[in-house]
Write a protein that binds this ligand. Structure first.
Ligand code: XIL
Length: 381
């Protein structure tokens, strides 16, 4: 009788063990993205590219906070979501606010991370004073002079600390050059027939201020809009062949769950031909996130569980493409525009929307996509 009972107990113990193992590694995976036993996202891709995140200065204010631990564990390059933009950094002609970005540079120096500067010239989040002379519109000369002063002061301040700059942001729209105050006022400044002049001056000024910084032209929808990718290629080709120091094109990649990755590859192939004009030319992924809502869908919530497989599959496809580009020597930096679902510019638009764009959820726990994506490099070997 006793023997029978012991045998039963042993069998039960063995069964439990077998069950635990057959649940697979999933069951044993840490839930929290700050768990020390968990793999690190940037470590997983160390042979391919840096993995970064857009953050805000308050993410750095407490070394013991979960967010601080999370970003330190998973990312090795950073950009400010808003605080390096002109409306924050240069709100008035003689006022510069460097504190927030200085804080990021100090953090990066302490942790061995690198920093991207976003962005020097943009039509948005720019203070109005630069385009005004009293109550009148400023002249082209005055705007150019102010733009040069802006770029020189900021790039010089961060010389050797910020190693990549988005020199101009979103200068194209679907049809061609975006109509902005920059374009309208500076126009064809050198009289050579094109209106790329504010861009050319911006790049030359940045190069002069820090000859070692990588200078990027950053834009959205280049991976989906072939016409825009061709426009970007043609514009950069002309500028680069005239010696304008463009080191790379930044693809923001605010993508949707229905992204056509083959199309993205084709568009990137067009841009990669710019290597002909600068052997060090690169593509950077600068603002990655993936909306879970299809284009044109204005609903505010979505049952993430229902689209989880599609989400994971798309993220894997996109990271496979990034690894290919890295192997071709074209890509060495992939930066997310945020780092957890709770903090993304995609939430709230339309009003009240809750999106799920990242690999880490709003509770700072891993989503299943994190595991699928981080396992990709090992599968290649
Ligand atoms: C967004 C920020 O995420 C928001 O917090 C802010 O209100 C508006 O700007 N393309 C860019 C980024 O180049 O600077 C934008 O960032 C997102 C789109």
């Amino acid at each position: 009788m006793k023997l029978k009972k012991s045998l039963c107990l042993i069998t039960a113990a063995i069964m439990t063990l077998v069950m635990m193992t057959s649940c697979g590694s999933d069951a044993n995976r840490p839930e929290s993205a700050i768990d020390e036993a968990a793999p690190s996202l940037c470590e997983a891709f160390k042979d391919y590219f840096k993995v970064g995140a857009a953050i805000n200065s308050w993410d750095l204010s407490d070394e013991n906070s979960d967010k601080y631990k999370l970003i330190t564990k998973h990312f090795n390059t950073f950009v400010m979501e808003n605080e390096t933009k002109a409306d924050h950094m240069h709100p008035q002609e003689n006022t510069y606010n460097f504190d927030a970005t200085d804080k990021l540079c100090e953090y990066a120096e302490k942790t061995g991370a690198t920093v991207r500067g976003h962005c020097l010239v943009w039509h948005s989040q720019w203070p109005g004073w630069i385009f005004k002379d009293g109550s009148e519109e400023a002249s082209a000369d005055l705007v150019v002079e102010r733009m040069k002063e802006h770029i020189t002061t900021i790039v010089t301040h961060y010389k050797g600390r910020i190693d990549t700059w988005d020199v101009v942001n979103e200068v194209l729209d679907g049809g061609g050059m975006r109509f902005s105050d920059w374009l309208k006022i500076v126009g064809d400044y050198d009289g050579d027939g094109d209106k790329y002049d504010f861009i050319e001056i911006a790049f030359r000024t940045a190069r002069e201020a820090d000859p070692d910084a990588r200078l990027i032209i950053n834009d959205y929808s280049l991976e989906t809009d072939t016409n825009k990718a061709i426009k970007m290629y043609n514009m950069c080709k002309q500028m680069m062949s005239e010696g304008v120091p463009v080191d790379g094109v930044g693809l923001q990649m605010h993508i949707g769950i229905d992204l056509d990755v083959e199309q993205a590859r084709e568009n990137i192939k067009i841009l990669s031909k710019l290597k002909e004009y600068n052997p060090d030319f690169v593509i950077e992924v600068t603002e990655l996130d993936m909306s879970c809502f299809s284009w044109g869908d204005n609903s505010t919530t979505i049952d993430f569980k229902k689209i989880e497989d599609q989400f994971n599959e798309k993220y894997c496809e996109v990271f496979e493409m990034f690894m290919d580009l890295s192997e071709e020597g074209l890509l060495d930096s992939v930066v997310f525009w945020g780092f957890n679902d709770g903090n993304s510019w995609l939430n709230g638009t339309p009003e009240g929307r809750v999106n799920h764009p990242f690999l880490i959820d709003a509770d700072l726990n891993f989503k299943s996509a994190f595991w699928e994506v981080t396992e990709l490099p090992a599968k290649r070997k």
